[in-house]
Design a protein around this ligand. Structure first.
Ligand code: AHG
Ligand code: MN
Ligand code: MN
Length: 335
C-alpha cells in the first residue's frame, strides 16, 4: 500500500469527517513549524542553539535559546496564513496578535513551543505541544484578541497534538476521532502515517513521577505511590516499574505506546500553585490525546478537560494514562 502522508490523511479527514479546509491548513502549518524546530534541535552545539538566554518567561523560568527560537518559528509560520485569530504560548506573557497586514481566521492556537527544556543541553528528548480552539464569536475575533477568548475548557479543543524530537521525530495528532502517529521521513521532508489508531492499555505496571518531591505531596498521592512501591507484597499485589524523562512529551509518548500512569501532583512547595504543569498548553492537549486513545486524565478531583480556565498560564495537577490506575489515584483523592 502506498504511504499516507499527513497531507493525505488530512484530505481524507475532510472527506470522511468534514474537517474544514482552514483547520487542515492550520495543522499543516504547525507540522511544518515542528519540522523546522526538529531541524534546529538536531543541530545542537553545531548550530549554537544550546544554553540559556538572559531572559525569564512569565513563569519565572530562565528561557533556553531553543525555547525562544521554537516560539519564534511557530509564530512566524502561523501569522500570515489567515487561519488564526490569535496565539498564546508558554513563552509569552499575553495573547499574541496577528499582525495587521494579514487576514484573521476562526481559530486560536496555544502552544508549549519546547517542552522538556532541561533536556536540551543533555541531548534527551524534547517536544512541542499544541492545542487548537475556535475563537468565540462573542469576543469579536476580527479585532485584538484578549486572554478571555482562550479561556475555554479542554472539551472545546478541535484538535491537539505534539511533536517529539527523539531518536525519531514524530507528530501525534487528534482531531477528535482517535489518535494518529506520523513519523518524519527526513529524506522526503514529510510526516508519514506510521501509527494508526493508537490505544492505551487499560491496565499497566509502570508509573512516572518525580519522586524527589515525595515529601511535598498531598496525602492521597503519598498513599498511592507507597502502594505502587510496595509491589507484589503490598495491597495492589503486583510489582511496578518507574520511568521519568522530565519532558512531559516523552513520558506521555511512552504511555501512549505501552501504557503507564503519569503524575505531576500539586505539592506544598508553592501552595498557591496547583502543580507545575500548565493547563492550557500542556495538560489540556495531552488530556485530549490520552482520552482519544482510551485513557483517562484528571487533576485528582475532576476530569481535566472539564476545568474552566481562569488564566492563560494557570497550573494544574495532572494524573493521566492507563484508565485503571488513573481511576485508582483519583478515587484516593475522594476517600
Ligand atoms: P517546560 O520545559 O515546557 O517548562 O516543561 C517541563 C515540564 C514537563 O515537561 C515535565 O514533565 C516537568 O516539567 C518536569 O519537571 P521536574 O523538573 O520537576 O521533574
Ligand atoms: Mn512544558
Ligand atoms: Mn516549554
Amino acid at each position: 500500500m502506498s504511504r499516507v502522508t499527513l497531507s493525505r490523511y488530512l484530505i481524507e479527514q475532510t472527506r470522511s469527517h468534514n474537517t474544514p479546509a482552514d483547520l487542515r491548513f492550520l495543522i499543516e502549518v504547525v507540522a511544518r513549524a515542528c519540522k523546522a524546530i526538529s531541524h534546529q534541535v538536531s543541530k545542537g552545539a553545531l548550530g549554537g542553539v544550546l544554553g540559556s538566554t538572559d531572559n525569564e518567561n512569565v513563569q519565572g523560568e530562565v528561557q533556553k535559546k531553543l525555547d525562544v527560537l521554537s516560539n519564534e518559528i511557530l509564530l512566524e509560520a502561523n501569522e500570515w496564513g489567515g487561519h488564526l485569530a490569535g496565539m498564546a504560548s508558554e513563552e509569552m506573557d499575553n495573547a499574541h496578535q496577528i499582525p495587521g497586514q494579514y487576514p484573521k481566521g476562526a481559530y486560536l492556537l496555544v502552544f508549549d513551543p519546547l517542552d522538556g527544556s532541561s533536556n536540551i543541553d543533555v541531548n534527551v528528548s524534547v517536544g512541542t505541544i499544541f492545542s487548537v480552539l475556535r475563537c468565540p464569536d462573542l469576543n469579536g475575533c476580527s479585532g485584538d484578541i484578549g486572554e478571555e477568548a482562550f479561556l475555554q475548557p479542554g472539551t472545546q479543543q478541535v484538535a491537539a497534538g505534539y511533536a517529539i524530537y527523539g531518536p525519531q521525530t514524530m507528530l501525534m495528532l487528534t482531531l477528535g476521532n482517535g489518535v494518529k502517529g506520523f513519523t518524519l521521513d527526513r529524506e522526503l521532508g514529510s510526516f508519514v502515517l506510521t501509527h494508526d489508531d493508537i490505544r492505551i492499555p487499560q491496565s499497566t505496571a509502570e508509573f512516572a513521577i518525580n519522586m524527589s518531591n515525595q515529601r511535598h505531596w498531598e496525602a492521597p498521592v503519598k498513599r498511592y505511590v507507597e502502594e505502587l512501591l510496595a509491589g507484589q507484597e503490598g495491597p495492589l499485589g503486583k510489582n511496578y516499574n518507574m520511568r521519568w524523562v522530565a519532558a512531559m512529551v516523552a513520558d506521555v509518548h511512552r504511555i501512549l505506546t505501552r501504557g503507564g500512569v503519569f503524575m505531576y501532583p500539586r505539592d506544598s512547595r508553592e501552595p498557591d500553585k496547583p502543580g507545575k504543569l500548565r493547563l492550557m498548553y500542556e495538560a489540556n492537549p495531552m488530556s485530549f490525546i490520552i482520552e482519544q486513545a482510551g485513557g483517562a486524565s484528571t487533576n485528582g478531583y475532576q476530569r481535566i478537560l472539564d476545568i474552566q480556565p481562569t488564566s492563560l498560564h494557570q497550573r494544574v495537577a495532572v494524573f493521566l494514562g492507563s484508565r485503571e490506575e488513573v481511576e485508582r489515584v483519583t478515587a484516593y483523592h475522594q476517600a
